[in-house]
Design a protein. Structure first.
Length: 462
């Protein structure tokens, strides 16, 4: 149980105690002057609202504790004409516990809230017309709304921590959060575009990006069995930290559009599933277990970095889908290579057996550097790049190889062996298929050349 849940549980217990005892403390706390609540001191409003205005606006400087424990009572900081000032002024000890809502602004204007401490709101934080500057922590169990005010928390924390049966909450959008905590349970729906410098997603929580954008430009700290992120349609989740960063993954996580940038390793906490576009910067690596892309077509073309997948890979569209950058199968328990048009394809797995589909294309380089067994049975690999391509020798024999397009195809070292045919298409021009001085091509069946072959090594046709 986290600290916010403990404090909130205690607050509810106090409410229940007063109700069960049938003790009624009539009246509200109305402040039209200045209150300085010192460190270690308490203001306890047992049954009414705290109203921070009378015939003039009130100022509350809170360095201690303010409790509003009436079951349906609020902190009211403005009536639209009189705009209260709330300064939860002590970073260490300033604590405000509100049984229902904090209302900052009504009518044509709003109050001012400055919070370097802790504010716990059991229902809604309503920044209707007011100005909120949060450098501490605001804990809210329902929603944060900002009708026409200013809500600034780029240097603070907002914790959406409903632990009710559903836990559903709306997360205020059009905001930059210093730290955004999604705790408790249920679905937290982003109400607009959000940037979070630090993002904490608890187990059992779903962050629903919908059609909005969630930018995570700092530390992502999911729990050991983290919650899930979902996005749909135009929804975009971007991990932009400059350096290594955690990416939320898992069986129930589904991205519509996913962007990785800022260099370094982006390590997923579980499976990655996406239905839209995947954009991955050239110096960025996505390290994941399972990888599923259901968009087909060109949805993976904007990967210019590397994807390193150790589990099951599924790519809808087969060879009609172009995978940009480098795709690296890193598994140690055997993997199946998904049919696709790869820019660069690497097999670096150390153990197990890697199996191949009936057909796949490689537009760039092919590197079977891992020592896992490679089972090419029934497969045809087609090299179709317009630039220079390296075809690295493999301890396992290929079945059928085909070469297309104008780029030079280099057998640069070691022995490339096939048990089936080799085809050099008519559009392979210039140097064409180039068996270099240290290269050896051994063909198990027919070698058909309709284009160009340059042999500086050895060709054997069995």
């Amino acid at each position: 149980m986290n600290a916010s849940t403990i404090i909130r549980t205690g607050l509810l217990a106090l409410v229940s105690l007063f109700l069960l005892a049938s003790v009624v403390f009539a009246g509200e706390f109305k402040n039209g002057g200045v209150i300085n609540n010192a460190t270690g001191k308490m203001i306890n409003v047992k049954s009414g609202n705290f109203v921070n205005y009378t015939t003039s606006f009130g100022t509350l400087n809170n360095g201690g504790t303010l409790q509003i424990i009436g079951a349906s009572k609020d902190f009211l900081n403005s009536d639209g004409t009189l705009n209260g000032v709330l300064s939860n002024s002590n970073t260490t000890n300033g604590l405000i516990l509100i049984s229902r809502n904090l209302v900052n602004g009504t009518g044509a204007a709003g109050g001012t809230v400055t919070n370097p401490g802790n504010i716990y709101v059991y229902f809604d934080y309503q920044n209707q017309k007011g100005i909120t500057t949060n450098t501490g922590t605001i804990h809210v169990s329902h929603d944060v709304t900002n009708a026409a005010g200013t809500f600034t928390t780029g240097g603070g924390t907002v914790s959406y921590d409903s632990s009710t049966a559903t836990g559903a909450q709306s997360v205020l959008g059009a905001v930059t959060y210093g730290t955004l905590n999604l705790h408790g349970g249920g679905t937290k729906t982003l109400a607009g575009d959000i940037t979070a410098h630090t993002f904490d997603l608890a187990s059992g929580v779903v962050a629903a990006a919908g059609t909005t954008q969630l930018v995570l430009d700092g530390t992502v700290t999911p729990s050991s069995s983290s919650g899930d992120i979902t996005s749909s349609g135009a929804g975009l989740v971007s991990y932009t930290f400059v350096g290594s960063q955690t990416v939320i993954g898992g069986a129930s996580t589904s991205y519509s559009n996913l962007t990785l940038s800022g260099a370094g390793d982006k390590t997923a906490t579980g499976a990655i599933s996406l239905s839209g576009n995947f954009t991955n910067g050239g110096s960025t690596n996505l390290i994941t277990t399972n990888f599923t892309a259901t968009g087909g077509g060109s949805t993976l073309t904007t990967n210019s970095g590397a994807v390193k997948a150790s589990g099951t890979v599924s790519i809808t569209g087969g060879t009609a889908t172009t995978v940009g950058g480098t795709f690296n199968y890193t598994g140690t328990a055997g993997q199946a290579v998904a049919a696709a048009q790869y820019t660069n394809l690497t097999l670096s797995g150390a153990t197990g057996t890697v199996t191949f589909p009936a057909s796949l294309y490689v537009f760039g380089n092919y590197d079977p550097s891992g020592v896992a067994t490679h089972n090419y049975a029934g497969s045809t690999i087609r090299f179709n790049g317009t630039g220079t391509q390296a075809i690295t020798a493999d301890a396992s024999a290929f079945v059928n190889l085909e070469f297309y397009n104008t780029g030079e195809k280099q057998v640069s070292g070691g022995t490339v062996t096939t048990t089936g045919t080799v085809l050099v298409n008519s559009d392979v021009t210039g140097t064409g298929l180039h068996i270099m001085a240290t290269g050896l091509l051994v063909v198990g069946s027919d070698l058909t050349n309709n284009g160009n072959i340059t042999n500086d090594g050895t060709i054997t046709v069995n």
